[in-house]
Design a binder for this molecule. Structure first.
Ligand SMILES: [Zn+2]
Length: 320
């Protein structure tokens, strides 16, 4: 490229529209980007815990998939938050890896290609940080919608052969109930089928009754509503804390519109009530939240901005 003399710089700016006339060798040194997308990865220390945010990919939720507002209203709201695409609201699938000394704990496992072709990247994200599936000691399942559990099983096998699995007891009861599965809308069939496989393939599965300590500094919290036994996770050590809240918030407009739901919420009234209870509490506590579908890494807070609650993405915590 031109040397950065004052004149050269001015010239290069002025010549931008005719960049294509640059010698091809110069362009060859500036490729567009990797042929394969690199999965984003973020890391946050919470006291002694190292939390790595891993993406399994993304999906565009059609505007008509939401409840509590018309498709047009959802599109307008989404556009106002710059999350609207032609095909819907672009949402990520984040899973978390918690390292506690030598112990590795995974929280959720992504849809693994089941609900969108642009998912299924968790295994390569784990490999990129040197983690093989058999190294995972525990998997905490926040809830049994297929976009959170499909990565646990494939081809009739458990993907994390050495892992204890933790799921809320109400969640297991609901998603393995044949009558409920038969009555469920098509959208939910794969969640029921995958949940049943999961229970069969992980005989050491532990059913949790709402809130309990998993290990010192990590406890489940009851976030039921979106599903009958949705769990969150409180990670706390040395005065620092993080709440993994799964699908408690999945749209930036949620704090002002807690009745915004999704068609596959079996009990909309319960889901709405849970959001209406949780958002003011989270704002009051100034809690740092990690949410599966919020723009990667999905880390932020609910704040009161002039009396109006809103989602505020967290500043990145730079570490040395
Ligand atoms: Zn989800």
């Amino acid at each position: 490229m031109a040397t950065f003399t004052r004149r050269g710089f001015a010239t290069s700016i002025l010549s931008l529209p005719v960049l294509a006339t640059l010698p091809s060798a110069a362009l060859a040194r500036a490729p567009r980007g990797p042929a394969k997308p690199v999965m984003p990865l973020a890391r946050l220390d919470v006291g002694r815990f190292e939390v790595t945010f891993l993406s399994d990919g993304f999906i565009d939720f059609p505007f008509a998939l939401f409840t509590g507002a018309t498709a047009d209203e959802v599109e307008r709201l989404s556009a106002a938050h710059f999350v609207a695409r032609k095909t819907g609201v672009r949402r990520g699938f984040t899973a978390w890896l918690i390292r506690d000394g030598d112990q590795l704990m995974l929280v959720d496992s992504g849809p693994a290609g089941t609900v969108s072709k642009t998912s299924g990247r968790l295994p390569s994200a784990l490999a990129a940080i040197g983690v093989r599936p058999e190294m995972i000691d525990a998997v905490i399942v926040t809830h049994m919608h297929v976009d959170h559990i499909a990565g646990l099983v494939s081809g009739g096998r458990a993907n994390f052969a050495n892992a204890e699995v933790y799921v809320d007891r109400r969640e297991v009861a609901h998603f393995t109930d044949p009558a409920k599965g038969a009555a469920a809308p098509d959208l939910l069939k794969s969640s029921f089928a995958t949940a049943q496989q999961l229970v069969r393939l992980y005989p050491r599965l532990q059913r949790i009754d709402g809130e309990r300590q998993i290990t010192r500094g990590i406890s489940t919290i009851d976030l039921s509503g979106h599903t009958p036994g949705q769990l969150g996770l409180r990670i706390e050590d040395s005065g620092q804390s993080l709440l993994i809240v799964s699908d408690m918030i999945f749209h930036p407009a949620h704090p002002v519109l807690p009745t915004l739901g999704l068609l596959f919420e079996a009990d909309k009234a319960a889901a709405d009530a849970a959001r209406m209870r949780f958002f003011p509490r989270a704002a009051e506590a100034k809690a740092l939240l990690a949410a599966t579908h919020m723009p990667f890494p999905g880390l932020g807070r609910i704040v009161k901005d002039g009396g109006t609650p809103r989602w505020l993405a967290a500043d990145w915590e730079y570490t040395g």
